[in-house]
Design a protein around this ligand. Sequence first.
Ligand code: ADP
Ligand code: MG
Length: 300
Amino acid sequence: MMKSLDEFKIIDVAKKNSTHSPGKAVLGIGDDCAIIDHSKDRYTLATIDMLIEGVHFNLKEAGAYRVGRKALAVSLSDIAAMAGTPKYALLSLGIPAYIDMEDISDFYKGFTDLASQFSVQLIGGDTNNSEKLICDTCVIGESAIRKTMRRSGAKIGDAIFVTGELGGSIKGKQYDFTPRVEEARKLVDLFDIHSMIDISDGLSSDLQHVTASSKTGAEIYEASLPVSKEAVSKEAALSDGEDFELLFTASEDISDRELNESCAVQVTRIGKIREYSKGVTIVRASGMREVLRKTGYRHF
Ligand code: ADP
Ligand code: MG
């Protein structure tokens, strides 16, 4: 039954229904985090992500420590995408019978090591039995109102950039990546960045979340893609999920050298935001232009 469902259609139903629920969120469904409250100059951010054994991790191969680390890292990556600072985490676990206490300790060690690194406090959660290991992590954070990034801010003519390298995260980066929290904050502090998202579904899908939210088109250049040496092909850099790098857009005249000097990780210019009517395309290394298909990771 799940096979016939589309994740984004489900989110649309949630979004339509959420307009009937009362509340004063500044930003509801549709970005990497919701903005749930604000003070004079700070927003409160909230995000939640579920990882399921066999879908998002292989417990035997990775070991419980890396799974616990990933359970927090994916949500920190969403806070990074808004240029926020993570503060608190809530963790719910569905635990199958074959997990022992040593696994639980290792899981929490992985979670807590990353939490300490980013000064995040675990403040609660829930525990139940389940068929497979399920971890659902909610992270609350904050951001400076004037420096908060959204998917919807891309402007026609903007250059498109990505941090790090793309593709092949299945070989290990999917567990061991560092959420780009510090890089995102530094970039928005120093430069006039217009929009940002983290690449969790794959570049071709996540770019289209930015263009759809910003009501623009885009073109990317195959020859410019920073393809990881772990990626099996250039195509993998477009479609592999779980890179957890940042994709952002900024004025075309921004200096690549200055971006790279200020950011601890490599920043690569990969394309340009265009008019909505131009669609989202890829210019192949051969010079041929094609429609960019959403080949990214799909959950159903
Ligand atoms: P990300 O990959 O950045 O975590 P998603 O693609 O999972 O983002 O989600 C996009 C948006 O849809 C987010 O605002 C998220 O909170 C919301 N969302 C996802 N699933 C649901 C759901 N079942 N009910 C309500 N909102 C949802
Ligand atoms: Mg995200």
